[in-house]
Write a protein that binds this ligand. Structure first.
Ligand code: GNR
Ligand code: NI
Length: 180
């Protein structure tokens, strides 16, 4: 397994719309495994292939406390969305930034698993937020897009400077968010 490099906002590659996976083959399985390794190492609760500069519709998630419930979503689609709730979100591509975002609170997802078998899953709580956040990534969308232009520009400038200065994760700009 290999660790993959994560792109940081405002890298324009994060705006790429991912292609549908046509064939869930060994290459896709290897990508999934590398994405899990990268996500657990970060650590994060989800990762979209877009974030590692692979523009195919592949998402991995593990929202469990024990990191023992890996979920793979290939070509994921939201087929039902209900309710609305606010949750504080973060993103591995936007380090140090946490903002409250409003989204549907319950979703039903249709996707393929790591073996290429179709499945559907109902999600609520953190899993529902995470899967919507990841599907946004596959469409080139980031959670900062839900914020005001003013706030987004402030975040962009801080991260541009942080990347210019070497993108050291131990030295994340403070505080990019003043929302709480
Ligand atoms: O690790 C992550 N945590 C998180 C918290 C609240 C809402 C969404 C997320 S996803 C994020 C990992 C990531 O950037 N996935 O794209
Ligand atoms: Ni993210």
């Amino acid at each position: 397994m290999s660790l993959l490099d994560i792109l940081y906002y405002p890298d324009p590659q994060l705006r790429t719309s991912a292609s549908e996976v046509r064939d869930v083959d060994g290459n896709v399985a290897k990508l999934v495994d590398d994405m899990f390794a990268t996500m657990y190492e970060a650590p994060g609760i989800g990762l979209a292939a877009t974030q590692v500069n692979v523009h195919q519709q592949v998402v991995v998630i593990d929202v469990s406390e024990e990191n023992d419930t890996p979920l793979t979503f290939i070509n994921p689609k939201i087929i039902v969305a209900e309710g609305m709730a606010e949750m504080q979100e973060g993103c591995l591509s936007i380090p140090g930034v946490y903002e409250t975002i409003k989204r549907p609170s319950e979703v039903r997802i249709a996707a393929l698993d790591r073996e290429g078998n179709p499945f559907e899953m109902d999600a609520d709580g953190l899993l529902a937020v995470c899967i919507q956040h990841e599907i946004d990534h596959l469409q080139g969308k980031l959670f900062v897009d839900y914020l005001s232009t003013l706030k987004r520009n402030r975040i962009r400038k801080k991260l541009e400077k942080w990347v210019r200065d070497g993108a050291d994760l131990d030295d994340i700009p403070e505080p990019v968010s003043r929302s709480r």
